[in-house]
Ligand binder design. Structure first.
Ligand SMILES: Nc1ncnc2c1ncn2[C@@H]1O[C@H](COP(=O)(O)OP(=O)(O)OP(=O)(O)O)[C@@H](O)[C@H]1O
Ligand SMILES: [Mn+2]
Ligand SMILES: [Mn+2]
Length: 657
C-alpha cells in the first residue's frame, strides 16, 4: 500500500518499531465499516484506510495483560513479511485506540470456505494451499517463531484462493516460551491454568498430544496442527465429528465425548481424525506425510523444511504426469485492450472452466460449414461500406471479482464485410458470462448458413447459448454435492452484428449499445429491467413474479433486476434469453458505436459518452479505456466493459487530438 510514515514510528511504549508499517494513523485516514467476526479476544471489521479496503482487528483490552499482549503481537507482526502470512499494513498503537490493519482477504477463511460454502477443493488445490502454508510456517520457524494456533479458521484466502496464515494472538518466540513455561512450572508446578483454559477452547482438536498434556509448545506442535488442518481440507470433515470409519467411533458419538474425554483419547489412545480415503484422489505420499505430521511422538514428525520438500516432490510428480498444476484457472483474456485485472478473471465458486466449456460448444457448432455467404448473397451490394476499427477495455472496478466478458470478432470467417462484437455481464458468478463469450460467436457462425436472415441467426444464437449453458450447468450440478443446487448463474448480453451497411443489435438485459450519428447519440438497445413497465408485464404474463424490493422492482425469489438473460435457470422462462433486435442501415453520417455493460451507463449518460469520445484521441482502445476510467472515477461500483467501434476512418489529425 506504501503508506506515509511519520517519525518517530513507534508505539506509545516504544517497544514496537517498524521502518515500513505506520504505527499511528490520523483518525481521518480510516473508517470502520462493519464487523466481520467477533472472537473471544477481538472484533474484526471490514474497513477502509486511505480509501483502500482493509481488515481491522481490534482486540478487546480489559486488563493490563491484554495490553501487553497487544504490544507483543504488534512487535511480532512488524518483523514479518511473507506472502503466506496475512499482511499487516498499519497499526494504531496509542490510547484510546489499539488496532491492527491487515490487507483484506476477500474469500471466507478456510474453515468457513469448507464448512459453510461446502467447497470441495481438488487434490491440486489441496497441494498448493498446503505448500504455501508450509512455506509460511517454515519462514516463521526459521525466525524462531512458533504460531501455536494453526487451524483452518486462521487461514485466510484471497480471491485467488491463496492461503494467508493469520492470528498471531498466541504466537511466541521459542526462546521466550521456554522461559515463560519454566517460570510457570516453578511457581505453580504446571503452566498457568487460566492461560490454557482461555486459549485451548475451540482449538482443542488441532492440538498436539503434548500440548494437551500441557507440555511446552515446539515447532513439532505446529506441524501436528498443520497435518490435522490439511487432512480437514482434503476430507471437508471437522476433526472428530464424523468417525464412521474408526473403531472408537461409536464410543465417541454415543458417549458424546467431553473435551476431557477427547483429550484423553488423543493423548492415550492415539485417536486421530479420519484420514482422507482413496476417493479423495490423494497420492499416497501425501497421506503418509499427514500421518507423520500427526505422529504421537514429536520427534517422529517432519520439519517444515522436510514438508516443503516433500510437497514439492509430490507436486512435481503430478506436473510431470498431467501438465502444469495451477491453483486457479488460466486467465481468460479476450479482446485487445483487456487489462491485467480483467485477464486475471478467476471465479472459484466453480471448479470448471466455463470459457473452455463455451469454446467446445462453439467448435462443435462450427464444424458445420459456415461460409455465411448466404447473407452476403441475399443483400445487394450497397454503395456505402463502413470501414471499421475496434477496441475494448474491461476492468473489474471496485468489485472483488470480474464477471463481465466480451469478444471482438471483426472480419468474421475472414469476410471483409461481416463483423460481430459482444458483451456479457455476469451475475451470481461469472460462469454464464464466461461460457457465453465463447459459445455465442460460434453458434452465430454456425447459424449463419442455416438462417434466413442475420436477425434470425442472432435470436437463435442467444437462445441456443442459453439452452447449452443451462444444460451444461445441470450436468455439472448433478455431479456435485447438494451445495451447488442453489447456484443459478446468469448474464446479460448484447451483440452487434454488421453485415455490409447493415447493423443489427441484439440485446437481452441491461448492457447498452449506442450509435453516434451526425454527432448525436442514437440508442440501439432497450434496457430490460423490471423497472420498465412493459418488461414487468411481459415477465408476469410468462409466469414470473415481480415485486418492489428494497429500492426497485425485482424478479422472483432471486430478486433479479434484469428481466432477460442467459442462464438464471431458476427464473426461466419468465426471464427469457430471447433478445430484442434493432436493425439500422448505416450511412456516411454514422461515426462510431459504443457498447458497454451497465457499469458505464449507470454513471455516464449517452450524451456524455459521445462528448468524451469527441475529445479523446481517435483510437478505439484508448476511447474505451477513457470511458471506463471516467465511469470508475465517477464511483461506478460495478465491473465496467466498453467496446468502441469506429465506422469510418478517422483522419490522422483527429487521431492525435
Ligand atoms: N485480513 C482479513 N481479511 C478478511 N477477514 C479477516 C481478516 N482477518 C481476520 N478476518 C476474519 O476474522 C476472523 C477472526 O480473525 P482472527 O483469527 O485474527 O481473530 P481472533 O479474535 O484472534 O479470533 P480467534 O477467536 O480465532 O482467536 C477470521 O477467521 C476471518 O474470518
Ligand atoms: Mn482466529
Ligand atoms: Mn486469535
Amino acid at each position: 500500500m506504501g503508506l506515509e510514515i511519520v517519525e518517530p514510528n513507534a508505539c506509545i511504549r516504544g517497544c514496537c518499531r517498524s521502518s515500513s508499517i505506520p504505527l499511528h494513523l490520523p483518525p481521518s485516514s480510516y473508517s470502520l465499516i462493519s464487523p466481520i467476526a467477533r472472537g473471544a479476544e477481538s472484533v474484526v471489521y471490514e474497513a477502509t484506510l486511505y480509501g483502500q479496503r482493509v481488515a481491522v482487528k481490534k482486540p478487546v483490552l480489559s486488563t493490563s495483560e491484554d495490553l501487553d499482549k497487544f504490544h507483543k503481537e504488534l512487535q511480532l507482526l512488524c518483523k514479518l513479511d511473507h506472502p503466506g502470512l496475512a499482511k499487516l499494513v498499519a497499526a494504531h498503537a496509542k490510547p484510546p485506540n489499539y488496532m491492527f490493519f491487515f490487507e483484506f482477504y476477500a474469500s471466507p477463511n478456510l474453515a468457513d470456505k469448507l464448512h459453510i460454502e461446502e467447497w470441495t477443493p481438488d487434490i491440486d488445490q489441496v497441494l498448493i494451499i498446503a505448500i504455501h502454508l508450509a512455506k509460511a510456517l517454515q519462514y516463521l520457524h526459521n525466525l524462531g517463531i512458533l504460531h501455536r494456533d494453526v487451524k483452518p479458521a486462521n487461514i485466510l484466502l484471497d480471491k485467488d484462493l491463496n492461503p494467508h496464515l493469520t492470528d498471531f494472538g498466541l504466537a511466541e518466540f521459542k526462546k521466550d516460551l521456554r522461559k515463560v513455561s519454566v517460570e510457570n512450572w516453578r511457581s505453580s508446578g504446571k503452566p498457568t491454568g487460566g492461560f490454557h483454559k482461555k486459549n485451548m477452547v475451540g482449538t482443542l482438536i488441532y492440538m498436539a498430544p503434548e500440548i494437551l498434556k500441557k507440555e511446552v509448545h515446539t515447532e513439532e506442535s505446529d506441524v501436528y496442527s498443520f497435518g490435522v488442518s490439511i487432512n480437514e481440507l482434503m476430507t471437508g470433515v471437522v476433526p472428530y465429528t464424523d468417525l464412521r470409519a474408526e473403531a472408537q467411533a461409536h464410543t465417541v458419538l454415543e458417549m458424546n465425548y467431553t473435551e476431557q474425554q477427547l483429550t484423553a483419547a488423543v493423548v492415550s489412545d492415539g485417536l486421530r481424525p479420519v484420514l482422507a480415503g482413496p476417493e479423495s484422489g490423494a497420492p499416497s505420499p501425501l497421506l503418509s506425510l499427514i500421518q507423520r505430521c500427526w505422529d504421537g511422538k514429536p520427534e517422529n514428525r517432519p520439519s517444515f523444511n522436510d514438508i516443503v520438500f516433500e510437497l514439492g516432490s509430490i507436486l512435481g510428480e503430478r506436473e510431470r504426469t498431467q501438465g502444469p498444476v495451477v491453483l486457479g484457472r488460466p486467465p481468460t483474456s479476450l479482446g485487445d485492450q483487456t487489462t491485467d485485472v480483467a485477464s486475471n478473471v478467476q471465479s472459484f465458486q466453480e471448479d470448471i472452466n466455463w470459457s473452455t466449456q463455451g469454446e467446445l460448444f462453439s467448435k462443435r457448432a462450427c464444424e458445420v460449414d459456415s461460409s455465411m455467404t448466404i447473407w452476403l448473397d441475399s443483400f445487394d451490394d450497397p454503395s456505402y461500406h463502413p470501414i471499421l476499427s475496434s477496441g475494448s477495455f474491461a476492468t473489474c472496478g471496485r468489485r472483488e471479482s470480474m464477471e463481465d466478458t466480451h469478444f471482438l470478432m471483426p472480419y468474421m470467417c475472414n469476410k471483409t464485410d461481416i463483423h460481430v462484437f459482444g458483451i456479457f455481464d455476469g451475475h451470481r458468478g461469472a460462469a454464464a458470462a464466461e461460457f457465453s463469450a465463447r459459445a455465442l460467436p460460434g453458434f452465430l457462425q454456425a447459424l449463419g448458413c442455416l438462417s434466413s436472415s442475420p436477425a434470425d441467426a442472432l435470436t437463435k444464437a442467444f437462445v441456443k447459448t442459453d439452452i447449452a449453458f443451462r444444460s451444461e450447468l445441470d450436468s455439472y450440478r448433478q455431479s456435485k454435492r447438494a451445495s451447488q443446487k442453489d447456484w443459478h448463474p446468469g448474464c446479460t448480453a448484447v451483440a452487434a452484428l454488421i453485415v455490409r451497411n447493415k447493423l443489427l443489435v441484439a440485446n437481452a438485459g441491461d448492457c447498452r449499445t449506442i450509435l453516434c450519428r451526425g454527432g448525436r447519440p442514437f440508442v440501439l438497445s432497450r434496457d430490460h429491467v423490471a423497472s420498465c413497465l412493459e418488461e414487468r408485464e411481459r415477465v408476469v404474463k410468462a409466469g414470473g413474479q415481480v415485486k418492489w424490493q428494497v429500492d426497485t422492482w425485482r424478479v422472483g425469489a432471486a430478486a433479479l433486476q434484469v428481466t432477460r438473460s442467459i442462464g438464471d435457470d431458476d427464473l426461466k422462462p419468465a426471464v427469457t434469453a430471447e433478445p430484442e433486435i434493432t436493425e439500422t442501415i448505416l450511412s456516411a453520417d454514422d461515426e462510431f458505436l459504443v457498447m458497454a455493460s451497465d457499469g458505464l451507463w449507470d454513471v455516464v449518460s449517452n450524451a456524455e459518452v459521445i462528448s468524451i469520445i469527441r475529445d479523446t484521441v481517435k483510437e478505439p482502445g484508448m476511447c474505451s479505456k477513457r470511458l471506463a476510467t471516467e465511469a470508475a472515477e465517477r464511483g461506478s461500483k460495478d465491473n465496467i466493459t466498453v467496446i468502441v467501434i469506429f465506422l469510418r476512418p478517422v483522419s490522422t489529425a483527429e487521431r492525435i487530438y
